[in-house]
Design a binder for this molecule. Sequence first.
Ligand SMILES: CC(C)(COP(=O)(O)OP(=O)(O)OC[C@H]1O[C@@H](n2cnc3c(N)ncnc32)[C@H](O)[C@@H]1OP(=O)(O)O)[C@@H](O)C(=O)NCCC(=O)NCCS
Length: 154
Amino acid sequence: MKLEFKQAHTDQDCSLLFKWINDPITRMNSFHTEMIPYDEHCKWFSTKMNNPGSIIYICVDVDIKLEVGQIRVEFDNDIGEINYCVEPQSRGKGFGTEILKLLPNQLIKDGFVFSKLIGKVKHNNIASEKVFLKAGYQVEISSEWKEFTWLNQH
Ligand SMILES: CC(C)(COP(=O)(O)OP(=O)(O)OC[C@H]1O[C@@H](n2cnc3c(N)ncnc32)[C@H](O)[C@@H]1OP(=O)(O)O)[C@@H](O)C(=O)NCCC(=O)NCCS
């Protein structure tokens, strides 16, 4: 498997992300479970594109030239919070794990400076929990969610 990250910025990227955002499992695992209308999504996308503290990558399997998922990081000072998904047809093939493994170096390569990355996972989202653990993130459990951390030791 060889994955490449490309930064989302075009209208086509906006439409692709919309195709994935209302997937029922993605909505169920999100902290905001409501379905998202297209116009709201487009406004959201434009806000993200204009915020230097937000980055969205579309992850491409270069062997089959297929866009398989997305990962977004929102920076608050030097902490980046992760939000990600793999498109429904591509789940269970190891992409989620690979995306989380590749993320820190991609961010460093793109000039982001951060002390840690975190991901908040709902207690019933076993697939995401497994993926964070397989990718080497450390877990802390709270009553509301499981929080996974990657510490930047570079
Ligand atoms: C979470 C998600 C990104 C995982 O991506 P993926 O490419 O399927 O992940 P991987 O293939 O690398 O690994 C998935 C692991 O979870 C396991 N798994 C998948 N569904 C599961 C389930 N319902 N219960 C238990 N384990 C499950 C798989 O067996 C695999 O573990 P294994 O390697 O030990 O067999 C993907 O399921 C997804 O996009 N879900 C919807 C959005 C979401 O939840 N995003 C994360 C929000 S925190």
